[in-house]
Every structure is written in structure tokens, then in C-alpha cells.
Design a protein around this ligand. Structure first.
Ligand code: FRU
Length: 538
């Protein structure tokens, strides 16, 4: 991969650093657009990342007229967090993304924090034009002067609309549409849905240690409906970026409601992560399903992704019924080090788009997540891995000529006699750096080991202090690992999506060797395919 960073680093050095008070983060000047190549060191090649500068949460995902919209928390003047805008990109296939101009800029009411977007099919807002429904975004207005003055009501909610497929936006003159009546310090990240049974808009807000549901006939006048969460789930950090949606239970005619609540910190391996609740929503109140109540009793959680690097997961609005999927995407980072990861031109990326199912398992209702099938279009050359009893290390690069830097692997192992075995995939490079991800049959857990995978000096105390783990919930004797490696990240979908782990790593040279590992015992590989994945950026 080309490396065009030297010039840029010189440019940065010449400009120097300056301090920015917001969130106590250090700001660095950004690269002029002419210096961008999309192949800078650590740049993901088949994930969405901004062409330049800082991104955090995905926002306002909505499908309209053949396009999947992805807005995102964006700071266009630097590659660290700062005054938030909504960046914008679209995709027609969930695999390739087109960058579009910034959608929403900060204004006198505040920075444009996270939120959602919907198509107002019935023109309840009156913002429609020429018989076409408007696209309406709802977001948090974060007022920095108020925050600095110690005023607690620094977050309110606003709306904006677009009549041209999200290309240009007009903010509603009556903003804020929800002020902050209780003066809650954290009162943000509105996720709007249309609820058919009560025939009204419902917005879910993250309010410190709980979620609030508010209802509206027209997205402008809102009334507080109910609260959920103080008594449930993990509370080691602030609740952020909620989502609420119905989903059918696989293989039945039943439906449940899912509530996502992102939390920072407090994740299963430290820092930011997405917990979820399953229950019912009657148009006003969310009630937990008794089946999951023990699993989400206060201090416990069900996690959507147990790796360290999937945060702010939220789903797409308005995916056609004929498609029927619940699609979502997350931010592929963690607030513990997101501002410090070793990239300069841009910072941070989104996860791969994923599709959710709700399954009745032996443990109770659980969400499974899988990469969207559209990503198969990115597969390049494929390699069948011969069935084999692995003992020690099996070098796929040498045997197949396969390079893992941008790749996908589907592997099946027979665990019948695997007691005591540590199974996995190891990436390495000529610098002797290694990254391992796999399953430890002794502890019955998945693990990610990035302790020897390259640079972690940017966050000695948080990034790579030990293994990151996730318990295996499936009891299937066949272990299925579906893996995507993209330069500086891995996404593991294990046991058909029952356990998911997203992890970053920063090798000083791209990993170009890959080995299958079975240590401490033996495990037959019964099926295996590896694919090179094509890059999506020109
Ligand atoms: C989550 C978050 C949101 C907020 C946004 C600000 O990562 O803290 O709660 O709206 O980021 O950029």
C-alpha cells in the first residue's frame, strides 16, 4: 500500500499544535484536501471513513429513493473532536460510499450532536414539497457557552428538513423543539420512529442514567411519555445514543421491541459499548420481557458487540418492508483512545453495516448480528482452505499465497475433541508484529490479542493491556468464525452472529502473513474459505 504520510507529517509539524478546550481534547490542524490519497497508513479500504478529519458516531441513517444515507459526527477542521457537524455520505449497495458535502453546521443554539433522520411520509411536519415527503433530521443542539458557564440545560433537541434527498437542509425556525425542562446535564441523541399503533412519532432520548420516550404528532410539539432504565443494565458510565425498534422473533410469528443503549464507559472490555434490552413498547412505555430481565438486572448487560471498538450503534430508518431487515452500523472506535489513535489525515471509521435478528436461544432472547450480504460483492480472489487437522500453526500465506491485510475468512472447526485447545487466526508482518483472534476452549471464550500487534504507545494504559474476551454462548460442536480484516481492524462474527467482536490494531507495516492456530490440543478445520476483499475507494 502506498504511504503518503511523510509530506503530511512535515506539514503538521510546521503548523504546530494548538489547544481546544472542548471535552479537554487536543486539536491538530488538518491536511489540505489535495494531499489525500485514501491509502494513508492504517486507512481502512472497505469501511467508511471520512476523506479527512475527525468522525465519531454514525447519525441519521435513513433509506430513501434507493440510497442508504450515513450522516456522522464530523469536525471538518481537525482530526480530533471539536465543534460537531453532520458529515454525509450515501451508498446504493451498503458496500461503496460516496462522500457528500456537510449536511448540518453548528449554529447559535449549539453544536450539532448525534441524532436520527426519518422520511415524513404523511407530511405531518408540513415541510414536504411538490407532493414529496421531506427527509427530517432530529439532533441534539449542544450549547458550549452554556456548558462552560456550568449551566446544566446545555442540551436541547432541534430538527431540520431536506427536500432534495438529503443534499441541502433547512433548520426549523422554531428550534429547539424539545427544550431541557428538567435541566438534565445529559439530554441527547434523539432517535425518532413512527409508531403505528399510537399513530405518532416517538423519540428516544439518552438522559444520563435512563432513556426517555417523548411523543409528537408532527415532530415539532413534543410531550414526555415515560422513562426506562434507571433500575436495569450497566450504569458505569453515561447512557448515550439509544435506538428503539420492533423486530420479529426468528422462526415465529411473534414480535418484540429492542432498545439499544450505548454506554461510555462501562463496556465489557472497558470504555464504550452498546448494551441492549428486549421487551415491549405499547406506544408509550417500554417494558422488559421477563425472559431477559435477569440478564439485564442492574449491573448486568447484554452486549451487541463485545470487542472494544464498536460504539454508538444505531439502526437505519425507513428500510422498505419488502427488504425487512433491521440494518445498523456503529462507530469503530472507543472514547478511551479515539482522539489519540495513530492516524493524522483522518481519524476513525464506521464498522461494516450489519443486519440483526432476534433469536430464542437456550439462554433466552438474544440478538445476533451478521455483516450485510451486499458485502459479498467486494470479494475478490478466493482460496479454499483444505480440510485439515491443525496442530500448531498452519501458514496460509505460504501455502495459498493469501495476504490478509484486506480479507474475509469463513472457518469451521470441529470442537468434539478440542478440549484444551486454543484456536484462532494469527496475522503477522516482517517486523515480527502479531495479532491473534480466536477461541479458547479451556475458558470457553473468544479472545482478541493486540498486545504485540504494533503501535499502542498512544494509549499505554488503555489500548492493549491484555486480552479482550467474550464468553461463548453457543454450545454447538461446530465453531463458525466469520472474520473481516481491513488494514487496521477486525470484525469477528462467531456462531452465526451470536457473538461479535470488533477490534482495532495498528501494525507498523500492514500484516501480510496469516496462520491458522491450534495450540494445546487439536481441532480439525472442516471447512474454510478465504477471500481477498477489493478496496472501495478510488
Ligand atoms: C457519543 C456522543 C454522543 C454525542 C456525540 C458528540 O459518542 O458522546 O452522546 O451526541 O458523541 O459528538
Amino acid at each position: 500500500m502506498m504511504r503518503n504520510n511523510t509530506l503530511f507529517v512535515l506539514f503538521l509539524g510546521a503548523c504546530g499544535l494548538f489547544l481546544f478546550a472542548c471535552k479537554g481534547k487536543v486539536e491538530t490542524p488538518a491536511a489540505p484536501a489535495t494531499m489525500l490519497t485514501n491509502t494513508e497508513q492504517h486507512r481502512p479500504q472497505f469501511h467508511f471513513s471520512p476523506a479527512a478529519h475527525w468522525m465519531n458516531d454514525p447519525n441519521g441513517m435513513v433509506f430513501y429513493e434507493g440510497e442508504y444515507h450515513l450522516f456522522y459526527q464530523y469536525y471538518p477542521d481537525s482530526s480530533v473532536w471539536g465543534p460537531m457537524h453532520w458529515g454525509h455520505a450515501v451508498s446504493t449497495d451498503l458496500a461503496h460510499w460516496e462522500h457528500l458535502p456537510i449536511a448540518l453546521y453548528p449554529d447559535s443554539l449549539g453544536f450539532i450532536f448525534s441524532g436520527s433522520a426519518v422520511i415524513d411520509w404523511n407530511n405531518t411536519t408540513g415541510f414536504g414539497k411538490d407532493g414529496k415527503p421531506p427527509m427530517v433530521a432530529m439532533f441534539t443542539l449542544h450549547n458550549m457557552p452554556k456548558e462552560k458557564a456550568g449551566q446544566k440545560d446545555c442540551e436541547t433537541q432541534g430538527i431540520a428538513y431536506s427536500n432534495d434527498r438529503g443534499r441541502t437542509w433547512t433548520k426549523f425556525s422554531g428550534n429547539p423543539v424539545i427544550s431541557n425542562p428538567e435541566k438534565d446535564r445529559d439530554f441527547r441523541d434523539p432517535k425518532v420512529i413512527w409508531v403505528e399503533n399510537s399513530k405518532q412519532w416517538v423519540v428516544t432520548l439518552a438522559v444520563g442514567d435512563h432513556t426517555e420516550f417523548w411523543g409528537s404528532p408532527d415532530l415539532k410539539k413534543w410531550e414526555h411519555l415515560s422513562d426506562f432504565g434507571k433500575e436495569y443494565g450497566v450504569h458505569a458510565g453515561v447512557w448515550e445514543c439509544p435506538d428503539l425498534f420492533p423486530i420479529k422473533v426468528e422462526g415465529t410469528g411473534e414480535q418484540r421491541w429492542v432498545l439499544f443503549v450505548n454506554i461510555n464507559p462501562g463496556g465489557p472490555n472497558g470504555g464504550s459499548a452498546t448494551q441492549y434490552f428486549i421487551g415491549n413498547f405499547d406506544g408509550k412505555t417500554f417494558t422488559l420481557d421477563p425472559d431477559v430481565a435477569p440478564a439485564v438486572a442492574k449491573g448486568h448487560a447484554l452486549w451487541l458487540d463485545e470487542g472494544k471498538d464498536n460504539y454508538a450503534s444505531v439502526s437505519w430508518s425507513d428500510v422498505p418492508k419488502s427488504d425487512g431487515r433491521r440494518l445498523f452500523i456503529g462507530w469503530m472506535s472507543n472514547w478511551e483512545y479515539a482522539n489519540k489513535v495513530p492516524t493524522t489525515v483522518w481519524r476513525n471509521a464506521a464498522t461494516l453495516p450489519r443486519s440483526l435478528t432476534l433469536n430464542k436461544t437456550e439462554a433466552g432472547y438474544r440478538l445476533f448480528a451478521l455483516p450485510v450480504k451486499e458485502l459479498e460483492a467486494l470479494r475478490g480472489k478466493s482460496y479454499e482452505i483444505p480440510k485439515t487437522e491443525i496442530s500448531g500453526l498452519l501458514d496460509l500465506s505460504k501455502n495459498l499465497g493469501f495476504s490478509p491485510a484486506q480479507s474475509e475468512m469463513t472457518l469451521e472447526f470441529d470442537l468434539t475433541n478440542a478440549a484444551g485447545t486454543n484456536l484462532g487466526v494469527e496475522l503477522s508482518n516482517a517486523k515480527g508484529e502479531t495479532y491473534r483472534i480466536g477461541y479458547d476452549a479451556v475458558k470457553n471464550q473468544f479472545y482478541s490479542d493486540r498486545t504485540k500487534a504494533g503501535d499502542h504507545a498512544f494509549s499505554p494504559e488503555k489500548f492493549a493491556t491484555g486480552l479482550h474476551t467474550a464468553p461463548r454462548v453457543s454450545k454447538d460442536k461446530t465453531l463458525r468464525l466469520h472474520l473481516f480484516f481491513d488494514v487496521a481492524s477486525v470484525e469477528l462474527f462467531a456462531d452465526n452472529g451470536a457473538t461479535v467482536m470488533t477490534e482495532l490494531y495498528f501494525p507498523s507495516e500492514d500484516f501480510n502473513q496469516v496462520k491458522l492456530v491450534a495450540e494445546g490440543g487439536k481441532a480439525p478445520l472442516t471447512k474454510g474459505t478465504a477471500y481477498q476483499i477489493q478496496r472501495i475507494w478510488k
